[in-house]
Ligand binder design. Structure first.
Ligand code: SAM
Length: 235
């Protein structure tokens, strides 16, 4: 199609320099060495930009500490940046159910996760996420038992994940959804949106509207990384 812009950059700040300032002056000085190591390993992956942005990661680590997260779910692992930062933020007897369709990328980051001594906290499942959530819901003991969830996978299923996570999270628990500004396309005129981002734009707009109307959660769409929506279960 003509008149399509090339991919908009993921960062949503007013300039690249400002984003570098945030990274260099706030994020990188406090980033764990193992997370830096994981970013280095991930840089060799052809889809390295899929990894959670380090500034969004810094906020996720803060949220994990604030809710005292011990039992968590991660949907969309890739090479494990957000997974490792979750593991580093929860106590030694904390557990993460981590789901991804693809084990290969996870195995790229696994040596760093092991070196960090965090692998015992992780239950990795190579699977589509929806059946894993359904399976968890078969046991009543899992309802209201998770403190935190992070969703960073197929946008088309975000609402399906949300409905199930609302049962699995305890009241006061938090779920974060990544990419909820979808490269800024949610507010772009149609002719400026690259063709490959159109479906994601539609799903993201629908999801954002439904979340805004969901009285079960308190919400905040933080313009970090590619946009990250924080939902706190209030009922
Ligand atoms: C953006 S990446 C995740 C990045 C990761 N959070 C990080 O910090 O590096 C998205 C991941 O979601 C996975 N994925 C896509 N659809 C999925 C599905 N239906 N169920 C589980 N994982 C899925 C992909 O295989 C991919 O690894």
């Amino acid at each position: 199609m003509e008149n399509k812009a090339s991919s908009p950059s993921k960062g949503l700040l007013q300039s690249e320099e400002l984003y570098q300032y945030v990274l260099e002056k706030s994020v990188f000085p406090r980033e764990a060495e193992f997370l830096k190591g994981l970013r280095e390993v991930t840089a060799a992956h052809p889809r390295a930009t899929m990894a959670t942005a380090p500034d969004a990661g810094q906020m996720i680590a803060m949220l994990l500490s604030l809710v005292g997260a011990k039992r968590t779910i991660e949907i969309g692992v890739f090479t494990g940046y957000s997974l490792l930062l979750t593991a580093l933020s929860i106590p030694d007897d904390g557990k993460i159910i981590a789901v991804d369709l693809n084990r290969q990328a996870y195995e790229m980051g696994l040596p760093v996760i092991k070196k960090a001594g965090m692998d015992h906290k992780i239950d990795f499942m190579e699977s589509a996420a929806l059946p894993v959530l359904e399976k968890l819901l078969e046991s009543e003991t899992n309802e209201r038992s998770f403190d935190f969830a992070y969703v960073d996978a197929d946008k088309v299923n975000y609402w399906n994940y949300h409905e199930r996570l609302m049962k699995l999270l305890r009241p006061g628990g938090i779920v974060c959804y990544d990419n909820t500004l979808w490269g800024g396309t949610v507010a772009m005129p149609e002719e400026s949106v690259p063709e490959w981002m159109e479906a994601g734009k539609k799903w993201t707009i629908e999801f954002n509207e439904r979340i805004a109307a969901d009285s079960r959660v308190q919400i905040c769409l933080a313009p970090l990384g590619d946009g990250i929506t924080i939902c706190r279960r209030i009922k």
